[in-house]
Design a protein around this ligand. Structure first.
Ligand SMILES: [Zn+2]
Length: 216
């Protein structure tokens, strides 16, 4: 009996931060709705820098609320929030902190756009392998997808994308272990200077859980 009470209390305590976040989100959503209603839909024209200059950057907590307001898709086909593991604060080679989620999936699984928006960059680098940088329609959030084995044919910088569009397939390019195909997925706040590859990282893990709880 005592065990049951303890477990129940633990559950309640561990869920409390999420509830608080949810309330904060609900409060902020109205404000954000107002500000985004005047945001230019810059999908097809204008650069991200131009959009940021028009809107002004969001703070870290505003960005969290903004993402919650938009919703965010787990960006690997067939994977749901409850299957994710929080790898955001894990250490990596060279004393780095991960600051991203590794989403394990069989090689070749489609990688999906987590949000509507625009492709900023499609390029290969030594750590990330085949990577994609994308932004939301208002240019406030940056999404980074890495280790893709291949890109979706026709994917190009500047292209408008919709949530759920296929960007490529899960793989192990870059420094990913060859026996552990996964998507390295990072969410960043678009910085004021427009250097989208260098924004403050935001942990999407609790956001996925919250969104999953709201819309299972
Ligand atoms: Zn990673």
């Amino acid at each position: 009996m005592r065990t049951c009470v303890t477990q129940s209390m633990r559950r309640r305590v561990s869920f409390l931060p999420f509830l608080l976040l949810l309330v904060a989100s609900a409060c902020a959503r109205q404000v954000l709705t107002t500000s985004t209603s005047v945001a230019p839909r810059s999908d097809a024209s204008g650069t991200s820098r131009g959009v940021v200059a028009t809107l002004g950057p969001l703070s870290g907590s505003e960005t969290v609320n903004y993402i919650l307001g938009r919703g965010l898709l787990v960006p690997v086909s067939g994977i749901v929030a409850s299957q994710l593991r929080d790898t955001f604060d894990e250490g990596r080679d060279g004393g780095r902190v991960h600051r991203a989620l590794d989403i394990l999936a069989p090689r070749g699984t489609p990688v999906l756009a987590a949000d509507d928006g625009r492709v900023l960059r499609v390029r290969r680098n030594s750590l990330g392998g085949n990577t994609v940088y994308a932004t939301d329609p208002a240019g406030r959030v940056v999404y980074y997808y890495a280790h893709l084995d291949a890109y979706q044919p026709g994917l190009a910088e500047g292209a408008t994308i919709a949530r759920g569009d296929v960007l490529g397939i899960v793989g192990t390019t870059g420094n990913a272990p060859k026996d552990t195909p996964h998507l390295h997925f990072q969410v960043m706040r678009m910085p004021a200077d427009g250097k989208y590859w260098d924004g403050e990282a935001i942990n999407p893990y609790p956001l996925f859980l919250l969104l999953h709880a709201a819309r299972p």
